[in-house]
Design a protein around this ligand. Structure first.
Ligand SMILES: [Zn+2]
Length: 219
């Protein structure tokens, strides 16, 4: 019994601490965003849902390719896509976003509820939690503090949900044909390199004990 209590307090220490370190900074999630999300789930995936809730099975790591926190937050803030994204507007007017945004100094911001669908990865949004990192441009690479924060956050999410996969955005097309892949349009793809192979490998190595499944080999 004593052992059990000790174990329980240790688990709490690990996950309770991190939830205190997460700063809530919500993007707009109004009726319009909810409607566009339901429309996205229906049109892109054939999922008819009453709410925009997801069951997380995957974590996808990203970089924003935008050098500052404020500009990154602004890119996700509003419900509809700005006119600057004609490449993906045809698929849906729903703005891109992610559940988490990590600043260069390692501060973790939660932009929306962890189990609400965010548009951050083609084919897999219905089951994927997105972690965006500020930076990723030539002049503003991802930092060590961001790496540590990603590791902490992946650990926190993996002890809370049944996460099967931890992937980098650049790996998403490996899931085409996989049972989790639901995108209907074979022509709807964008080229991705984020968050870099080196960064992803380091997060994977530090979270090895969660035994994530291997990313499928590209067909
Ligand atoms: Zn990305």
């Amino acid at each position: 019994m004593k052992k059990f209590i000790l174990l329980f307090s240790l688990i709490c220490l690990a996950s309770c601490n991190i939830s205190k370190q997460i700063v809530d900074r919500p993007i707009v999630f109004d009726e319009e965003r909810e409607e566009l999300t339901l429309e996205y789930l229906s049109n892109r995936y054939g999922l008819e849902q009453q709410t925009s809730a997801i069951t997380p099975k995957m974590i996808v790591l990203h970089w924003t390719a935008i050098p500052t926190l404020e500009a990154s937050f602004k890119a996700f803030e509003h419900s509809k896509l700005p006119n600057t994204r004609p490449d993906i507007t045809n698929a849906s007017a729903l703005n891109v976003s992610s559940q988490f945004l990590i600043d260069q100094d390692g501060t973790i911001y939660r932009q929306m509820p962890e189990t609400t669908m965010a548009r951050h990865v083609i084919g897999l949004n219905h089951c994927a939690i997105g972690i965006e990192n500020v930076g990723g441009t030539e002049g503003v690479p991802l930092t060590k503090r961001q790496l540590k924060a990603n590791i902490r956050l992946v650990k926190y999410l993996s002890s809370k949900y049944t996460i099967e996969y931890l992937i980098g955005h650049y790996e998403y097309t490996n899931f085409v044909g996989h049972e989790l892949w639901l995108e209907k349009d074979d022509g709807y793809r964008t080229e991705k390199t984020d968050p870099g192979k080196d960064f992803l490998e380091k997060v994977k190595k530090a979270t090895k004990k969660y035994n994530f499944k291997q990313t499928p080999i590209k067909k």
